[in-house]
Design a binder for this molecule. Structure first.
Ligand code: GLN
Ligand code: ZN
Length: 750
């Protein structure tokens, strides 16, 4: 059986791309040096796949920042304000990604959003009335040729035109239909260029097909592909989908002249059912059966039985989505014992799985060594269950999900006790993680620093941070999160049931990578986690200090979850653990507690019909379970980032927090209308500036944002804050930005 991989990690096994890019941004290395690092990464990635014997390997899956941005760039979907900067091509690309502030001008980055139901983010292409779609780039061609020179004849993976258009933002009067013919024509040109260089497989990635589609969407898809498929130029055209099933368009898609159709059998609940209704004999069926998102070993018996069921078709074994969402290799993990490792498969090990399964598919595999070895892994992980935890979860009662008294009453009590000014200012929690802050943690971890020295250093940082916030004039202070590497890993490290990796990095956005911990077994809290830090911070000031926790939904969503129990059960276990922490903070005099749910929307099913039944119906109560037992005067904050929540506003209100801060600046404050329309009761701090770029917002800019907010949000409910934590920012820009933020709040109060 042949095998196919949709895409491979591209950050480099040791995050080489991140480090090189960051040096390039600082002017420490040249463009040529950065390009060389990228070339080496691409080469290693291709060779790993070719060595594993993968039949269909992608090129053009590499990106300096994001593949959707690459596509925008390729087709000249570059707003004039970026072109006007007069930068080099690569610099312009990064200006779209990160914004630009320098001697050539001052522009914000494009909006950034979560990529479907993952923690990867794409940049939202902007199409305005001046956009002239034109194939001006050469990346797919260059990378195809480059791979070929290595002796690897790749399939060229492209973000498909349908998905591209559906994800783009139309800022002028143009609509999708005004652009789609031109875009299709440019894709056709690209196919021509690729085939002229010898490419004979072009893969169109169309993950948008797994969403709810209406008849207009289906028409649009047909229209776009009728022109693409009429101009194949001798190439084979693969349609690749992932992150779900394509139930709304399956019947249409199989009628089209695609040479292969890639379907997700892991997240696509209906995929098998659809395929069984029939699949054309003249096409390849790329069956995505090796999970591209999670790190557990593939259960060969399950996979092979699906392959048996679809054995009459021309099946190619594939990954369920790009391997971009898993780390590179277990070979990087020197500390993790074999007892754990044998249960995991990262990208490189998934290549082996693909090859192994393909080698025994269609044979009498049950007696093969490969199969038997694999099955041994699934005979039960004995150390993963904890009866006490299970009893606690079973003992949760309905009233544990309800906080009393009701919001309105709490709001009054809290206003009186906290006595904050109108438009209170605050931050989201973390302060810049400078070199010395990271060094302190690393030295402690490596045993080069004693616990006392480590704690002393952090206390000093906390004291400085509190002083700084007092000087800036913020109203609700934070301790700065200097003890945290990552908002999820930190909690994971302090919970039972977690396993950690050393180098299992996964790209989150651009040069930001995350290292999700692995939920191995039942979760419980070992001991208080944040209490000492918060207590110390509070002792440094008379102003209120916010305790800072990560919520259960985010902890789960940013970990690699178990596959042997349900997500719901895992979330409840974590919720009970974090609840202990909330109550301990309260008992220690912390009157404001923020429970971050940055990733709440991430696992929201891609189809609306599944939103509540498959997710929100347990995720939202799990959040309430965490804070339902606090006193009325304890103010519960939550924070969310990077998502469109316009459509789940009622669910967010139902979290029943007292205050919510969220990302808004990068999406043009669109959310305000729906807050108003839904009579949102929770107090809100829609971020007044974007912290994901090094740009310092001016006072006027923040005043403008606040003025817009005041039109939609009652004054007594409006908070003033950046849109996310400040840990990725530098000290200098942070002080300037926050100073402007406070000045803006004061101006508005005046
Ligand atoms: N409290 C966290 C911080 O400030 C929140 C981070 C996030 O939302 N991603 O870093
Ligand atoms: Zn955030």
């Amino acid at each position: 059986m042949n095998t196919s991989v949709i895409g491979y990690p591209r950050i480099g096994k040791d995050r080489e791309l991140k480090f090189a890019s960051e040096k390039f941004f600082k002017g420490e290395i040249s463009e040529a040096e950065l390009l060389e690092v990228a070339r080496t990464i691409r080469k290693e990635d291709l060779l790993a796949q070719s060595k594993a014997g993968i039949t269909y390997i992608s090129s053009n899956d590499f990106s300096f920042y994001d593949n959707v941005l690459d596509t925008a760039f390729l087709f000249n979907v570059i707003p004039q304000r970026y072109k006007d900067l007069g930068l080099t091509e690569l610099e312009t690309y990064f200006a779209l990604a990160r914004g630009y502030q320098g001697d050539k001008g001052n522009v914000k980055a494009l909006a950034m959003k979560k990529w479907f139901n993952t923690n990867y983010h794409y940049l939202v292409p902007e199409i305005d009335d001046d956009t002239v779609v034109a194939l001006t780039g050469t990346k797919p061609v260059d990378e195809y040729v480059e791979a070929k020179q290595l002796g690897i004849d790749t399939k060229v993976a492209l973000v498909g035109p349908f998905t591209f258009l559906k994800l783009a933002k139309f800022t002028g009067s143009k609509k999708i239909a005004d652009v789609s013919p031109a875009l299709s024509a440019e894709y056709v040109k690209l196919v021509e260029q690729l085939t002229s260089k010898g490419a004979h497989i072009i893969e169109f990635d169309e993950p948008y097909l797994v969403r709810d589609l209406d008849s207009a969407d289906i028409e649009l898809f047909k229209e776009i592909y009728s022109s693409v498929l009429a101009n194949k130029n001798g190439a084979k055209v693969f349609l690749q989908t992932y992150f779900g099933d394509i139930r709304d368009i399956y019947a249409e898609v199989i009628k089209q002249d695609f040479d292969a159709i890639g379907l997700d059998f892991i997240e696509g609940r209906k995929t098998l059912e659809l395929v069984k209704t029939g699949f054309p004999s003249d096409k390849l069926l790329i069956a995505g059966l090796v999970n591209g998102k999670n790190i557990w070993r593939n259960d060969y018996s399950k996979t092979l039985s699906v392959l048996d069921e679809i054995g009459t078709y021309n099946v190619v074994l594939g990954t369920s989505c790009s391997l971009l969402h898993v780390p590179y290799t277990l070979a990087n993990e020197s500390k993790l014992s074999e007892d754990y490792k044998k249960h995991f498969a990262f990208a490189e090990e998934k290549l082996t799985e693909l090859a192994e399964i393909a080698s025994i598919a269609g044979t009498d595999y049950a007696s093969s060594e490969v199969f038997k070895d694999n099955q041994e892994l699934f005979e039960g992980r004995k150390d993963s269950r904890d009866e006490e935890v299970q009893a606690k979860v079973a003992g949760i009662k309905e009233e544990d999900y309800v906080r009393l008294p009701a919001f309105e009453e709490r709001e009054k009590i809290q206003k009186e006790i906290l006595n904050l000014p109108l438009f209170p200012t605050t931050t989201i929690g973390s302060f810049p993680q400078t070199q010395e802050v990271r060094k302190n943690r690393q030295e402690f971890k490596k045993g080069l620093k004693s616990k006392e020295e480590y704690v002393e250093f952090n206390k000093q940082k906390i004291a400085e941070c509190i002083k700084l916030q007092e000087e800036i004039g913020l109203d609700v202070l934070v301790h700065g999160e200097f003890e945290r590497n990552d908002m999820v890993e930190y909690f994971g490290e302090n919970l039972n049931g977690y396993v950690f990796t050393e180098k299992a990095w996964v790209q989150s956005y651009g040069t930001r990578n995350v290292k999700p911990p692995i939920i191995w077994g039942d979760v419980s809290r070992k001991a208080p986690i944040t209490v000492e830090w918060s207590k110390f911070a509070k002792s440094c000031t008379d102003k209120p200090v916010k305790g800072m926790l990560t919520g259960p939904v985010t902890i789960l969503n940013w970990s690699f979850p178990r596959e042997d129990i349900s997500i719901k059960e895992s979330i409840l276990q974590i919720a009970l653990a974090i609840r202990d922490e909330v109550l301990d903070l309260e008992a220690n005099g912390i009157g404001i507690i923020q429970i971050d749910e940055a990733a709440l929307r991430e696992k929201l099913p891609l189809r609306k019909s599944d939103w509540y039944s498959e997710y929100l119906d347990f995720a939202i109560p799990a959040f309430r379970l965490v804070h339902s037992k606090v006193k009325p005067e304890t103010q519960i904050h939550t924070h969310m980032c990077y998502s469109e929540f316009t459509d789940i506003i009622p669910a967010i209100d139902a979290m029943d927090a007292d205050v919510i801060t969220f990302e808004a600046s990068r999406s043009d404050l669109q959310i305000l209308d729906s807050l108003k329309a839904n009579n949102f009761k929770t107090e809100v701090g829609p971020g007044v500036y974007d912290i994901h770029s090094p740009r310092v917002p001016s006072v006027e800019e923040i005043v403008t944002a606040l003025t817009k907010m005041r039109a939609k949000i009652e004054d007594h409910k409006l908070w003033v804050n950046p849109d996310c934590g400040l840990k990725t920012r530098g000290n200098e820009e942070t002080v300037k930005s926050l100073t402007n933020l406070v000045a803006a709040a004061k101006q508005i109060r005046g």
